[in-house]
Each structure stands twice: as C-alpha cells, then as structure tokens.
Design a protein. Structure first.
Lengths: 370, 374
C-alpha cells in the first residue's frame, strides 16, 4: 500500500470579509458545529490518510484551538497525527505563500516518509474519497494530478476560481473564472504529487518566482510542459465558499435534504471538535421550522429557516428568520432578526429589529452588544 | 483535591426492572436525557471533584459499558496521573467468583486498592442521576474524623419506609441504620454514596469475607461498623438526586430535564458540566411542518413531525405527521409517518411503523422496542 501524506492548505484562500478578519477560512463556523477545514480533515481520515500537515497562513491560535491535538479525526494517534506548518518569518506579507511555508519548515517537510502527497484547500466543501484518485494517479505514471469539477453555474458561483483547460485528460493550463461561460471545468485546487517530485519542485520554486503558491506551480508545470498533469473529474456535491455571500448561500442550501444527503453520507462522517454541550432545549411556546439547532441552545421563541450554533439563546417572543447565528448568540425577548449572520457571542437586547437584505445578509461582529 | 481519594463505582447490577433496555447492556450504560448515559453523571462528578482515579465494578453484560469507558478520555481521565479502569470479576488462585454483593465487589479488588494506597475510598453507584462535587462530603469526613460518611437525602416522611434510613444525633452522627423500616426514626435516606477511611474499610471487608452474609454495604458493613461503635457521619446532600432503576423513575427523570422543571441544571455551571461521548452528526434538523415544544433534542435527530414534552436522542427520525408526546426516544429510533405515541420509553433502534398508535390513551409508562407494527 502506498504511503500517502495529506496537506490541508489554508494559504492562498479567499477572504469572507469580516468573518475571516480574525480567523483563517478553515475555522469559520459552518452549519452550526463544523469548521470549514473539518471537511478536508475528515476526507483525509475517511480516505485512510492518517498523517496530515496543516499549512497555516495566519491566526495560528484559531487553528490550534480548533484542531487541538488531532485526536478528533486521526485513526491511530501513534502511527498517525497532524503537524502544523507555520511560516513565522512573514505571516502578513505577500511572500506568505504555501511554498514559502514549506520551505521555512524544510526540516520537517523533507523528512516525511511518503510516496505521495495530497494537497487540498478548506473552502470547497465536499465529501471526497481521495483513494480513488490516488490509484488513478499511480496508474497514470504521471507525477502530478489535479482534481476538477465540471459545473454549470460558473457565471454565478466559482468566480475567481481556476478554469482548467485540458487536452485528453491532461491539464494544458488554467486561468481565472471571470464568469464568462456557464459551463466550466473548475479546479478544486486539490492536487496529488509524487512526494519526491513535490519536494524537488518546491525547492526549485524560488528560482521561478518567490510569489508562487502550489497552484501556480502546477499551472507552470502544465503550461511549460515540465511535467504532465493529470486532470481528474469529481462529480459529487461541492459547495464553494469563496465570498461572504457564498458562505450564506452554501449554508442555507444545506437546509434542503436533497442537498444535505449529497454531502453528508452515512459511511463518511465529518469529524469536529467536541464542546461538551447538553442537548438543545425548547420551551412550551417554541416555534421552530426548517432549521438546524445545535446542542446547548435554548429556544423559547420563533426560529425559521435558520442555523443556530451551540449555546444560542432565543428568548420568549423573539423571532429569528433566515439567520445564521454563531455560538453564544443571545436574542433577547421580543427582538426580531432577519437576514443576519451573527458572529460568536453577539447579544441582542430586548425589543430590537435587526434586518439585513435577502441578497446580502447583515454581519454582526464578534461579541457585539446591540 | 488535597486528599488521596479513589472512587469505586458499583456498576454490576442487572437492572431487571428496565426490561429490554438492559437485556444486553448494564444499567449504567442506559441512555439518559438524549445525549448521556447514566454513568456519565458519577464519572463527571468525580472529574469535577478532582478525583481522577476510578475503578468501575462491572459484572452484568459489561461489553458495551467497558467499551464506553474506554481510556476515560470522554471525562478527561486520560491525563498523566489519572486512571479509569473497569474491574470485572476474575479467576484467581482462590478460584473464580462472581461479585456476591456490593461489599464483595470491593473485597475482590482489594489488591487494586492496595496498589493505589488511598487514604479514603469513595463508593458510588453507577445508576444515579445527580450533579455534585464530592469535596464537601470528603472534607466533612476528614474534619469529623469519621470512619465512614454516608450521603443522605431528606425524603418525604411518608415515603421513608421505602428507603434505607439513618437515625442521627444532634451532630449528624449516625446512631442507627434501618433498612426499609416500618417505623422510620428519621427521614434521612441513604443515597448509597459512602466515604470510607480505607484502612478501616479494609479491615471490615476482610472480616465480612469470612462471614455468611449478603456482603452488602447497607445490610452488612454499615451495621457491623455501628455495632462496633465506629464513628459514622451523615452528610446531608442538597439538590437533585434520582435513582433511575425503574421505567417510571427513568421516564420521570428524563421529563424533569425535558420540561426544565428540576434543579438538575444541565445548562448552567461550568464547574459541574456533565461530560459524555460526542457523535459525528449534524445539529438536529427541524422540518417545515413539524413542531417541538417543552422538549430536548440531541444532534443527529431529524424532526419532521410533532414533538411535545419529550426527549429526542441522536439519530432519531420523526417523520411527517407523527405525534410524540411525553416520550423518551432513544438513539437511532424511527417514528414513521402518522404514527402516534405517548407516555413511552422507546428503546434504541426501535421502529414505530407508519400510522401505528401506541399507548395514546394510557397514563402508565410503557417501554417499546424492536419493530412496532399495527
């Protein structure tokens, strides 16, 4: 059996406005209890990849407090495990690339006992079995592979992603999706490398450009014929979280069972950090419909078309419609919220109306008192 | 925790009154309040008391309980100086024995306790629901110089004859123990929670071993200590405490949480949190046409029907137009479309078929399991 090492790549990721001001995209709360990176880490775990490096671009503390020691999703804590890769030299500069992160941690990066590496971002939410693609990669004899998805909504979603041009299942090059065509092959920025090739390429990158990320490197290799790059298609459910509005849409889309069953499969658990919260509690006048409610929450009022994270309190007479409330949000008596994303520990006092726009939800900052 | 205390949790009983809930599983492993198992309560209480060395005495159907206990990580007992282990009866050079009584279970593990060299041993029951820390009780034991301290709770004097009753003097020193007395001398009922000075207990266990008794703490060890004039102190426990050994009491205690009517506050008090296993499931989902009132629900549940005054555990599915009223629905169960059920405990992985009515016109609590068809 081939030895495979996974990299969960938090570099080179979109920003979701204020949601990612103090945290990387990987730890943004999703569907009430997950961090976005849980999907990638669970994909590794479920694919039997038990050793993972997390390439952290910034907000190390947020990542550490989310993934802890990795025992949440690692199968064997001795033979498996996670390592955080963090470039302490230039966390806020344009040189803070995944490649420079690996080079800054060269001692560890070059000492991995692996035949292949899989590199995946945290902003494409999907359930994917990497084993299938690793096999195809090995069979192809090529050193690099890329996983893409054919989409039919490239004018509205997947903007600024890479559109892959290919020839006979090999990548020719890729370029930014400007929303010019409905149909496109979108790169899921998930790559498989022969480990030795990967090390060699990363070490050579600075000779080409000091600004390159891994995806630039892949594009360079394909465009200039340095290596053949396989293009493998993934046809499962992908929720692209590239903007704040995407975040809202991808969350709300999953209130639908039809979508949910495509992402959450019985044999493909999504692991996450536990918080020891009791079950959610509903009062005698609670009125709840089409919503996710997480443990620790206490609902006495109305909650419709919404997603409540843990420890959210909705008091008597309060109304929450079309909202995403992060953990610890408190909605006081008689308050009404609609089209709102409330970050952690927002307190909305009695009798307030807070309303965003259906097409652009209102964001309330971490810990705000209204 | 400044004292050297080891806790021993009695978890070996058969729990026959819980019917099929304990058919293949020890009572302490039975589900409680949608997310927990009963043993989470004494184990979390120990963790919150700073007691990190614990033996769980198992006997009846221990497999599920043992695998649940695992390395103790769920309650934080996987730290450097912590130890949580299950102690099942074993074959020794004296032969093979089952645990013949609560005291005998400890006697057969004297080597385990000797190895740990505790000053005090805390004896707990694995089937009680309560949130506490034991520190105050242990402090009282040490301060009064007692040989044994027994946790007692005030019960309705009319009900006192159903319990083991402690008669006490002005200083709460125990003067007499009455097992289910016709004429109770007090209303202080034993909770089956004891602190013993280990050296003293060890002596009495060894003496009891040779006797033809029931080898029971309440029936044999405590009376023997009283007879010898040892100092036995009562510790008055204040707060919520329930023995959930019957279907009625298990249902009632679950309702206490669902209806938020007791001071078993699972939501408050960071220092007395109850720890448990976590499942890898989505937050629970409430459908467009369903409703939920006066209830609790755990992650993984999908509620498309109507739920009132109930406890909905993880991975429970309640389909459209189903009615669930005053029920405890345990993990993995399905109440299908249009089914109605009331005043019931629904065992794990039960299916109530579509349109079936269960116990709708009966106030008695029933237990249902398997596949319930029309």
């Amino acid at each position: 059996m081939a030895k495979v090492y996974g990299f969960c790549n938090l570099h080179d990721a979109p920003r979701l406005g204020k949601l990612t001001e103090k945290r990387p995209i990987g730890t943004v709360s999703f569907l009430g209890r997950y961090g976005l990176m849980d999907f990638t880490l669970s994909n590794f775990s479920n694919s039997g990849i038990d050793r993972v490096g997390i390439l952290v671009d910034r907000s190390l503390h947020s990542v550490v407090s989310h993934v802890r020691d990795g025992s949440i999703w690692v199968n064997n804590t001795k033979t498996g495990g996670q390592r955080l890769f963090y470039n302490e030299n230039n966390p806020s500069s344009k040189f803070n690339t995944d490649v420079n992160n690996l080079l800054a941690n060269r001692l560890h990066f070059e000492d991995i006992d692996a035949d292949y590496v899989v590199i995946a971002p945290s902003f494409f939410i999907m359930s994917i079995d990497y084993r299938k693609y690793i096999e195809k990669h090995i069979d192809s004899g090529n050193k690099i592979s890329l996983i893409y998805k054919k989409v039919k909504n490239a004018k509205e979603q997947f903007l600024n992603c890479d559109v892959v041009k290919m020839d006979n299942h090999l990548v020719k090059n890729f370029s930014i999706n400007m929303g010019t065509a409905k149909e496109a092959a979108i790169s899921l920025e998930t790559f498989i490398f022969d480990y030795k090739t990967f090390v060699e390429l990363v070490n050579k990158t600075r000779e080409i450009s000091t600004l390159f990320n891994i995806r630039d490197l892949v594009n360079y290799c394909a465009t200039n014929g340095v290596y053949n790059v396989n293009a493998f298609s993934f046809d499962g459910y992908v929720a692209p979280v590239l903007t704040f509005d995407d975040f809202v849409k991808c969350s709300m889309d999953l209130l639908s069972y039809e979508n949910r069953k495509e992402l959450f499969k019985e044999d493909w658990p999504i692991y996450t950090t536990t918080h020891n919260t009791p079950p959610a509690q509903y009062g005698e006048n609670a009125n709840v419909s089409n919503s996710f409610v997480s443990n620790g929450s206490r609902v006495k009022g109305t909650v419709i078309n919404s997603i409540l994270s843990r420890d959210v309190i909705v008091e008597e007479g309060a109304e929450v419609r079309d909202c995403i409330l992060f953990s610890g949000t408190k909605v006081g008596k008689g308050s009404k919220l609609q089209y709102v994303v409330a970050d952690k520990n927002v307190k909305i006092k009695e009798v307030r109306n807070v309303k965003g726009d259906e097409d652009h939800f209102l964001y309330i900052s971490f810990g705000a008192n209204i | 925790m400044s004292h050297n205390v080891v806790a021993m949790i009695l978890a070996g009983g058969k729990g026959t009154r819980l019917g099929l809930l304990t058919k293949k599983m020890a009572k302490p492993a039975v589900s409680f309040a949608a997310k927990y198992r009963i043993i989470d309560f004494p184990l979390s209480n120990c963790a919150n008391s700073g007691i990190n060395t614990i033996g769980v005495l198992t006997q009846y159907e221990p497999t599920i309980l043992d695998s649940y206990i695992g390395n103790g990580e769920k309650w934080g007992f996987n730290g450097v100086h912590a130890l949580l282990t299950s102690c099942a009866p074993r074959q020794t050079d004296e032969g093979a024995n089952w645990y013949k009584g609560t005291a005998d279970a400890i006697t057969q593990n004297i080597d385990f306790l000797d190895g740990l060299q505790p000053d005090y041993v805390l004896i707990l029951s694995g089937d009680h629901i309560y949130k506490t820390t034991y520190n105050e009780m242990i402090d009282l034991h040490v301060e009064t110089g007692a040989d044994a301290t027994i946790s007692v709770i005030e019960v309705d004097p009319k009900e006192a004859s159903r319990f083991g009753i402690m008669a006490v003097d002005k200083t709460d020193r125990i003067t007499e123990f009455q097992e289910k007395p016709k004429k109770p001398k007090s209303n202080l009922a034993s909770m089956g929670v004891y602190v013993f000075t280990w050296k003293v207990l060890r002596k009495y266990l060894m003496a009891d071993k040779a006797l033809d008794t029931n080898h029971d703490f309440g029936g044999d060890i405590i009376p023997a200590m009283l007879k010898d004039g040892l100092k036995l102190q009562a510790y008055r426990f204040k707060g919520y405490w329930r023995d959930v050994g019957t279907l009625d009491s298990l249902h009632e205690a679950n309702m206490d949480v669902a209806l938020n009517r007791s001071d078993l506050d699972l939501y408050g008090g960071y220092s007395t949190r109850i720890f448990t296993e976590d499942t890898y499931s989505l937050p629970h989902y409430l459908g467009r046409e369903g409703s939920i009132k006066s209830s609790i629900a755990n992650q993984g549940a999908i509620i498309l029907g109507n739920v009132n005054s109930s406890v909905i555990s993880n991975e429970v599915l309640i389909e459209e137009d189903a009615i669930v009223d005053r029920c405890v629905v345990m993990e993995g169960s399905t109440i299908k479309r249009g089914a109605k059920i009331r005043n019931a405990i629904v065992a794990p992985y039960t299916t109530i078929e579509a349109g079936v009515e269960v116990n709708m016109n009966n106030d008695e609590i029933i237990l249902v399991g398997g596949k319930v068809v029309r």
